[in-house]
Design a protein around this ligand. Structure first.
Ligand code: CO
Length: 151
């Protein structure tokens, strides 16, 4: 079920999200609602905080299907991403240029609590991961962006 997307200016977007401790039906419902919300809004990623839930959870779809990350950790990164342009469903009226790594090595839990110790993401997926990862710590792309333009 689609949820309401929190917009820039709402203080919840600046809060630090908390780790998930229970991998239960409530988490699964949150993940499904986040996917519905992201697809409906035509986005490539969405963090739980963007629907007002302060949990370290985000979803990404950069064209290869849904990816779910619970309690993710960015372990290592390298390179410079070729994609500069960036936007955010919580900041619908702006876009800008943000430099992100080309490759990231991440760990996370899946929705059932299985630990994925290392996964490499590259290109658009690496960029999307970094953008969503920032949301977990209250950081928005406009904090880092240059050449911010109003749409
Ligand atoms: Co965003």
């Amino acid at each position: 079920m689609e949820r309401r997307i929190v917009r820039e200016g709402d203080p919840v977007l600046r809060k630090i999200s908390k780790p998930v401790t229970e991998f239960n039906a409530r988490l699964h419902e949150l993940l499904e609602d986040m996917a519905d919300t992201m697809y409906k809004a035509d986005g490539a990623g969405l963090s739980a905080v963007q629907v007002g839930v302060l949990k370290r959870v985000f979803v990404i779809d950069v064209g290869n299907g849904i990816m779910e990350f619970v309690n993710p950790i960015l372990k290592k990164s390298s390179g410079v991403n070729k994609i500069k342009e960036e936007g955010c469903l919580s900041v619908p009226d702006k876009y800008g240029f943000v430099e992100r790594p080309e490759h990231v090595w991440v760990s996370y839990y899946d929705r059932n609590g299985n630990f994925i110790e290392e996964q490499k993401l590259s290109g658009y997926a690496a960029k999307a991961f970094c953008h969503e990862y920032d949301h977990l710590d209250g950081i928005l792309f406009i904090d880092k962006a240059t050449k911010i333009k109003k749409i």
